[in-house]
Ligand binder design. Sequence first.
Ligand SMILES: *Cc1c(COP(=O)(O)O)cnc(C)c1O
Length: 392
Amino acid sequence: MSIHSFHPPVRTLMGPGPSDVNPRILEAMSRPTIGHLDPAFVGMMDEMKVLLRYAFQTTNELTMPVSAPGSAGMEMCFVNLVEPGDKVIVCQNGVFGGRMKENVERCGGTAVMVEDTWGVAVDPAKAEDALKANPDAKILAFVHAETSTGAISDAKTLTELAHQHDCLVIVDAVTSLAGSPLMVSDWDLDATYSGTQKCLSCVPGLSPVSFNQRAIDVITSRKSKVQSWFLDLNLVLGYWGGGAKRAYHHTAPVNTLYGLHEALVVLQEEGIENSWARHQKNHDALRSGLEAMGLSFVVPEGQRLPQLNAVSIPDGVDEAAVRSILLKEYNLEIGAGLGAMAGKIWRIGLMGFASNQTNVQFCLGALDAVLSSMKAPVNSGVAVDAARAVYG
Ligand SMILES: *Cc1c(COP(=O)(O)O)cnc(C)c1O
């Protein structure tokens, strides 16, 4: 048997994540591994917290990366805030709201589901009705940027409503962080989690989280022990909390954290408002090209995520075949539909480093060529020019 080193193909990643990783980040990750209690590493962790507060636009002390992917950040919020018997209102307008329900139930809580059509924003009026009908609810949970459908919800309004009814909020900001305005402190979000492989363009495997004082008060006055040892914030804080003495909790993923540090430095250099504006601009150009081709968006205008574009499949087109040709001939990955949207849409990501003019035009040109060769009902040869016109 002779198995050799693994050399992945070089792809352009324009799906729902992971997105293209900035080479600066890969380079940072190849620097020498040091001990995770080394003073030099501890200094890097302190910088990381400052940089993460900037990314989340927050002054929350308790802002740090969980050593596991976005799903673990989700779980950290639920296992620490939900105790057996607690009632949690979960707004669902896509796949990820369903995972929140799973989390609530596995914590011994009761999930009250507020369902919205997949592909539209969470309706604040429905959330308010649920808050009124469930005065004993403790938490309102919702997804800010629903990656499965491409819809953005109004996190500020939903949080105001929750607070009016004495509920905390748990907010999934995995895809919104760095791609769409997210103001953790201004909007007073209580528990927010994100991921590294979407608009931060870092490698998968870390989950930045941020908790405000209201959330910390609830966690420190729990009646029962958090059922997860690894995700128990009371223990993790001994490591990430700062202070004179750092206790060993788990071995931090040292080199992955170098990568996140670099990703956050890149974000700081660009400026977060500029990052939001860049995502919007590239979305506008992609949209112009897709619409010129005759393709249509699933999400109504005004509720669309610039970083995740959900597009209907033209009639009679084998959507999986298109994705397979794009991958084989163009080294281009776009996403399939997830859950109820499987087979009905493509999800074209323009996240972080991948959100640029070259990718927009490359993707449109490739889609145009493949769909035209299949005799799909699209307008050929106009998409790229329509996008270029947006850039001026
Ligand atoms: C990607 C994603 C997650 C899960 O993140 P992983 O890093 O895959 O665990 C959770 N919520 C949303 C909205 C996402 O897009």
